[in-house]
Design a protein around this ligand. Structure first.
Ligand SMILES: CC(C)(COP(=O)(O)OP(=O)(O)OC[C@H]1O[C@@H](n2cnc3c(N)ncnc32)[C@H](O)[C@@H]1OP(=O)(O)O)[C@@H](O)C(=O)NCCC(=O)NCCS
Length: 186
């Protein structure tokens, strides 16, 4: 069970639940092919973004295994919505979770994804009591793997051609972190 007290503040960011008022700003990056390149969906139409956002507005807390926590990332300075974060509760018995993130390209290269994802680790380890958190990405998605490395996650696996991704065989990287490793870095 995880019911974060929002908003969560970091030095430059504010993390909060999604509302339907986020549609325009969320669509401004969910509609981009470069953002969707290594995600399991294609650049979204406005209707597709609306459907995704409707789901996100119901994902502000985790109550059961297999639930997803969806968090909007705002830039404190301007109030702009610049990214979205996920924490998937993969197993209650094994205390496992998975994180993911996507940010608007206008806000890449400033460390915002790393700053925001650090809070996902804190929510997963400190608040939900997870034992291990992992993250996966296409091996060509170096921006994503660099975020995981900056977070202090270990590269656990390089799976070779484990899936057909957007029409071609692709490799997947798995990064992991244990609660005791997080405690040591936090
Ligand atoms: C994955 C993604 C969020 C990474 O974004 P990013 O901007 O590279 O990551 P950060 O916000 O952590 O920024 C890190 C970069 O900012 C730089 N930076 C600048 N100021 C910084 C600061 N104060 N703190 C940390 N890094 C800083 C870092 O050096 C780094 O640059 P580098 O990668 O060239 O070394 C982004 O590429 C994205 O949204 N992609 C599309 C969706 C996607 O693929 N998601 C992942 C699916 S697995």
């Amino acid at each position: 069970m995880l019911n974060p007290s929002y908003p969560i503040e970091t030095p430059r960011l504010l993390l909060r639940p999604f509302t339907m008022d986020d549609l325009d700003e969320l669509h401004s990056f969910h509609s981009r092919p470069d953002v969707a390149r290594y995600l399991y969906w294609e650049a979204r139409t406005r209707d597709e973004t609306r459907t995704a956002l409707e789901a996100k507005t119901r994902q502000a807390a985790l109550s059961e295994e297999n639930d997803t926590l969806s968090i909007a990332v705002e830039l404190r300075e301007t109030g702009a919505l610049i990214g979205d974060l996920y924490l998937f509760w993969r197993s209650r018995e094994h205390r496992q979770g998975e994180i993911g993130f996507a940010f608007h390209p206008a806000h890449h290269g400033r460390g915002y994804a790393t700053e925001a994802s650090g809070e996902l680790l804190r929510l997963g380890f400190a608040d939900l009591g997870l034992h291990r958190i992992y993250a996966r990405c296409d091996s060509r998605n170096t921006a994503s793997s660099r975020v995981m490395e900056r977070l202090g996650m270990r590269r656990e696996a390089h799976l070779v051609e484990n899936e057909i991704f957007k029409g071609e065989w692709s490799d997947e990287l798995v990064y992991g972190m244990l609660r005791r490793e997080w405690t040591a870095t936090a």
